[in-house]
Design a protein around this ligand. Structure first.
Ligand code: ATP
Length: 383
């Protein structure tokens, strides 16, 4: 099928092959709006054929960055390259990059067919070629039966498929998606994110997807780019960003972390001893070298905290272990979140699987608990 032609490869040759088309490189890219620095010196390489998600809170600059890649916003500084070619001065329509805009931006008075055909008309393709490609794109996105409808006669999910067909019909090397699931209800979001990922695997083109939704980013991305205040704070696989945040912002933004402030007490061949808010912690390693006395933060993911219903035996507990009581047992279905407090008033959260017997029978503010975690699960945040 022609829509697949740009990067069509045999199915088993490795998705993100290094010579694959669609590699986007950003070098020192910045953008200001008046006194606001929306994007601040971003360096990033997006491998061809990968699914990359720009993730961050509202206003962190992810849409502006996406718009600069698409040619809908001009960078004040830096270079934007696609497969080694500098794009800064190339108009949007000539970039070989398509965008699915936030809220889809379909033409309300054009039919599904006309919406999908629009980009091909702009490119002055012959009527025959347009017809062939539009029909193919409609079939590909399962929209043939809806071709004569207006956007207002479609559901949110159908409108999204039209926006995708319209973007893909021009056979781009890179597809940009700005909050593509934001307008859909939760169940449809869950379904469409699987469909987007499946579509990207079929097409083998680069997808760059913007969202503020952590779960969506974890579910869909090959690489997550975490942004704050116009800058990149961490780039990594979903597992790396979730399990191994390297800085305070990423650890807080990804959620469900116990974050404690403290100092490095000692460093030896076996690991790092920390004193944090009255607790002794032991960590296996740090993302960069640390020295005794250094101020740090430590993150312990709530799901790595084990819970035992017993009172502390003896006055001194080993590192990574503390006595507490649950102040609130929050039942979430698949998991149960135990909001706990130590005798000194430190708040800690443990998240256990619903099937795990450890939370059964806990009485809030009454049952003595021991909370424990492994040194591999103490993540040092050095910035
Ligand atoms: P959201 O998730 O809310 O869309 P975002 O991370 O995509 O946010 P941007 O839309 O890129 O953030 O905005 C980054 C910053 O630049 C914000 O402070 C925003 O107010 C500002 N900004 C964006 N576009 C413009 C504009 N056209 N004029 C002035 N300021 C702008």
């Amino acid at each position: 099928m022609t829509i697949l032609a740009q990067n069509e490869r045999p199915a088993d040759d490795g998705l993100v092959a290094s010579g694959q088309r669609g590699t986007v490189v950003l070098r020192g890219v910045s953008k200001r709006f008046g006194s606001t620095t929306a994007v601040d010196g971003v360096d990033l390489t997006i491998p061809g054929g990968s699914y990359v998600v720009l993730l961050g809170p509202s206003g962190c600059g992810k849409t502006t960055l996406l718009r600069m890649v698409g040619g809908h916003e001009v960078a004040d500084a830096g270079d934007i390259l696609l497969d080694g070619v500098r794009l800064n001065d190339v108009p949007a329509a000539q970039r070989d990059i398509s965008t699915v805009f936030q809220h889809y931006a379909l033409f309300p008075h054009k039919t599904v067919y006309e919406n999908v055909e629009f980009g091909l008309k702009m490119r002055r393709l012959s009527p025959d070629e347009r017809q062939r490609r539009v029909n193919e794109a409609l079939a590909f996105m399962d929209l043939t039966n809806l071709r004569d409808r207006l956007p207002k006669q479609l559901s949110g999910g159908q409108q999204q498929r039209v926006a995708l067909a319209r973007a893909l019909v021009t056979q781009p090397t890179v597809l940009l998606l700005d909050e593509p699931l934001g307008d859909l209800d939760r169940l449809l979001q869950l379904r469409m994110r699987v469909e987007l990922r499946t579509l990207q695997r079929r097409l083998r083109i680069t997808f760059i997807h913007v969202t503020h939704n952590q779960e969506e980013a974890l579910a869909i991305a090959d690489q997550i780019v975490v942004m704050q205040n116009g800058q990149i704070r961490q780039v990594g696989s979903p597992q790396a960003v979730y399990r191994r945040p390297t800085n305070l912002f990423t650890a807080s933004f990804m959620g469900d972390n116990n974050i404690l402030a403290g100092r490095v007490a000692s460093v030896d061949g076996d690991g790092i001893l920390l004193e944090c808010e009255g607790l002794r912690l032991r960590a296996r390693s740090a993302p960069e070298p640390v020295v005794p006395g250094q101020a740090i933060h430590a993150a312990i993911r709530a799901s790595t905290v084990r819970v035992r219903q017993e009172a502390a035996a003896g006055a001194t507990l080993p590192p990574n272990c503390v006595a507490a009581r649950a102040t609130f047992v929050e039942y979430l279905g698949d998991t149960v979140k135990l909001h706990c407090q130590t005798a000194s008033g430190l708040a800690l959260v443990a998240k256990v699987p619903e099937q795990d017997p450890s939370w059964q029978g806990i009485r809030e503010d009454e049952t003595d608990l021991m909370l424990e975690w492994d040194e591999d699960d103490v993540q040092l945040l050095t910035s």
